[in-house]
Design a protein around this ligand. Structure first.
Ligand code: FES
Length: 187
């Protein structure tokens, strides 16, 4: 069984340092497995968010070797294990503890986006939509709100620009603006 070294950021409120841990690597393992192994064997109080383990919930976002990644979707065999694997929290959000950051800014901005105001139902009580109009916004609905795009956005990280919503929320606005039942003009 191969062994890898991991360097994991630990600390609170942006103060912290990297701690090195050994990880036993098995076939098919992803980075989240390694972090959970560290948590169970060496650092029971390591703070890390995860939920679905399938790239669907967006909660395991972190920086792996300096790149924005979902830990549950980053396979260990994609990484060079000759040097320690670096695991850090998303740097674009206020740090809370270890690998956990405060992403509440996204939810606050989301509340300011006016919701869909659909046009009235047909006389038979249904809505009628063209398939091509439905398909136009399908892609926007694939966003899992991992906020990795917000994390690496240089406009957001330039703190002098407070109003910019960021890519995730522009995608949400686009999905509302292009909705087949839309009545509200957003531009
Ligand atoms: S745990 Fe849900 S996306 Fe990784």
């Amino acid at each position: 069984m191969a062994e890898a070294q991991f360097k994991v950021f630990r600390g609170e409120g942006a103060k912290g340092e990297l701690f090195e841990f050994p990880v036993e690597v098995t076939e098919g393992m992803v980075v989240l497995d390694a972090v959970q192994q560290i948590q169970s064997r060496h650092a029971n109080d390591l703070a890390v968010r995860w939920n679905c383990r399938a790239g669907k919930c967006g909660s395991c976002s972190a920086e792996v070797n300096g790149k924005p990644r979902l830990m549950c979707m980053t396979r260990m065999d994609e990484l060079s294990l000759d040097v320690p694997v670096l695991i850090e929290p998303m740097r674009g959000f206020p740090h809370m503890k270890d690998l956990v950051t405060d992403v509440s800014r996204n939810y606050e901005i989301n509340k300011k986006i006016r919701p869909l105001t659909p046009k009235p139902r047909e006389t038979d009580g249904t809505y009628r939509m063209q398939q091509e109009d439905i398909e136009r916004i399908q892609e926007f609905h694939k966003c899992i709100e991992c906020f990795l795009c917000q994390n690496v956005c240089h406009v957001i990280s330039d703190h002098s620009v407070k109003e910019f919503a960021g890519t995730r929320l522009l995608i949400r606005i686009a999905s509302l603006a292009l909705h087949p039942l839309v009545t509200l003009k957003r531009l």
